[in-house]
Design a protein around this ligand. Sequence first.
Ligand code: MRU
Length: 338
Amino acid sequence: MEKIRTIEWKNNHVMMIDQRLLPHQEIFVQCKTYKDIACAIQTMVIRGAPAIGVAAAMGIALGVKKSKAKNYSSLKKEFLKIYEILYASRPTAVNLRWGLERMKKLFYSLKNTSLEKIKLTLEKEALYIYEEDIKINRKMGANGKQFIQDGFNVMTYCNTGALATAGYGTALGVIRAAHEEGKKIHVYVCETRPYLQGLRLTSWECYKEGISQTVICDNMAASVMAKNKINAIFVGADRIAKNGDTANKVGTYSLAVLAKYHHIPFYVVAPTSTIDSTCPDGSHIPIEERNPKEVTHIKNQPVGLKKVNVYNPSFDVTPHELILAIITEKGVLRLNSA
Ligand code: MRU
């Protein structure tokens, strides 16, 4: 049983821990409709690529379950509307599309089935996707922990733990697996401006797991590396193009460049559902731009000038040349030599 319940299916609603309020308040949000789920994804109640994929699948199941359609063709119309609304909630993490497509394929295969059975089958599938995600994360942990030796200092970025997935985590899952094996490790947690997923969420997860940590501002990463303190860096991914270019939280690219200069192995940890085989390279990955207030304000308090030009891309693309290997549930894909 996971210590952190990121998202839970509750028969006729979905519960999510409100990640905007962590680590100081542990409040759960109740999503009664698929629109509530789309809104929760858009407003960052839930975030992290695999968690968004699970939420989208549950959104479909909830929307279809609550439909009053009397036949397959009207249900199909509603299904496609639910699909579109969830699809539009966030653009970069391909796991969202992956979860929706999986539900769509199943829905289409049930054309000659009773509406009751369709509703039940979609609900079961969403729950299966949830359970499967936790298993996949544990497999990635098992595949990746070999790269963390006893006594290692590792660095991580954004939040890639239980909160970013159905449970356990991707990059933080690898760190957890090494910790669970009894290796003595220390994690440098980058704060991850502007949304502070590292400071607020990863640090909280490390605390809960009893993993030794030091939080640093993002601009301290270079000097921490220069002092020879970091043995390996583990990050997650929101979309991996066919050539290995990887979109992840903005700032990941800077870490990868720094890692190359300091000869530190740089690993991406992601389920195969994050690989977009329709995307040839990183230049084709849509990058979400978010509200400028995330940059100029902290907790709704203005810190900089109120009227100033702001650029706030939520993700950046790390070229495949900078990634040593991609750790997936199916194995380790080596992209470069050390
Ligand atoms: O904007 P967010 O918080 O959804 O961004 C999350 C990340 O960039 C994570 O690193 C990524 O989704 C991998 S999580 C397992």
